[in-house]
Design a protein around this ligand. Structure first.
Ligand SMILES: [Zn+2]
Length: 83
């Protein structure tokens, strides 16, 4: 699936959370559109670029991560309990 190359940060719903899973240690953290947009031009990053740009937040790891959108939009807003 190439959806990460087709979705820009600015396409995300406000409050949409992205699940970020470390490929090295499995640590999970979450990103929001607001968290990604630490500067205005970051709105135009595609999610595959965000993925390359993001590292594991576990202390001392900084491994590569995989990004997943939690649910598939507003209708799945209640799929939050899986973490
Ligand atoms: Zn890690």
């Amino acid at each position: 699936m190439n959806w990460k190359r087709n979705i820009q940060v600015r396409d995300l719903d406000p409050g949409q959370r992205l699940e970020v899973t470390c490929k090295s240690c499995g640590h999970v953290h979450y990103l929001t559109r607001e968290a990604i947009c630490s500067s205005p031009e970051r709105e135009f990053l595609y999610l595959d670029e965000v993925e390359r740009d993001t590292v594991c937040k576990a202390r001392g790891c900084r491994g590569a991560v995989r990004i997943a959108i939690i649910g598939d939009g507003p209708t799945s807003a209640f799929v939050g309990g899986m973490a």
